[in-house]
Design a protein. Structure first.
Length: 239
């Protein structure tokens, strides 16, 4: 199986130029599905820390790269929405955040904010003992004692012990960002949630500083003000 991916066919979320070369790195197995961007692409095309895959391998083995608090050694590891990247030797930390158009961008954050990761609750499952398992958007799950969560809520999970540090309910008035669709990267407050009958998608109306938009429920992610205090500072090059 090839270790390369044609640039012209990469997902729109990948922050790479598509016409500068034929191939780019291919993402390895892991969370985020096809939208996951290989770590080497982030190091080379977004941050500019390396020029080649060989340099990226050296960096992860010698300089230390943390993804959600864990050391990594595989430069093809997929990086996705709201992951936390840490470079302790540089004292630099970043949160992956949606940019306009749905491309992934990095927002630099203080080290103190790098100990928790935002996650969306996709659904809940009852487990033995009466506890509730929260199934999250990134494929992870978390067992909690109290059932105070609902689908589409967001939580901040401690990267060390999986404690829930914060809970942001999905409801009218909640601050959200669109992570997919034509409004990806836009931030605003939910003004209306419409539950559609049958198998049709539920929709939300979102009020932004520049107007409003409607999108499907699946495309929005509840956040709070700390996630939008600063605009994303590091992006891929424009096409």
């Amino acid at each position: 199986m090839s270790n390369h991916q044609k640039r012209l066919s990469v997902p729109k979320s990948w922050p790479v130029e598509r016409k500068t070369a034929t191939f780019t790195a291919k993402a390895g197995a892991g969370p985020h599905g096809e939208a996951g961007v290989p770590l080497v692409v982030v190091l080379r095309d977004v941050l500019g820390y390396v020029d080649t895959t060989k340099e990226a391998k050296y960096a992860v083995h010698h300089d230390g790269v943390l993804v959600n608090g864990d050391s990594v050694s595989d430069v093809t590891q997929p990086i996705g929405m709201f992951d936390i990247l840490g470079f302790p030797e540089r004292d630099e930390y970043y949160r992956v955040f949606p940019d306009e158009g749905g491309r992934l961008a990095l927002t630099e954050i203080p080290a103190a904010d790098a100990d928790g990761k935002l996650a969306k609750v996709t659904n809940e499952t009852l487990v033995s003992g009466g506890d509730v398992q929260l199934n999250l958007h990134n494929g992870h799950n978390l067992v909690v004692a109290e059932d105070e969560y609902s689908g589409n809520d967001s939580i901040v999970v401690d990267l060390d012990n999986d404690d829930v540090l914060a809970h942001f309910p999905y409801e009218e008035g909640a601050l959200v960002t669109a992570v997919s669709g034509q409004h990806a990267g836009e931030v605003g407050e939910i003004t209306e949630i419409t539950v559609s009958p049958g198998s049709a998608d539920n929709t939300v109306e979102v009020e932004t500083s520049e107007g409003s938009f409607e999108t499907v429920e699946e495309y929005v992610f509840v956040i709070d003000e700390q996630f939008v205090e600063d605009e994303p500072e590091t992006e891929g090059d424009d096409e």
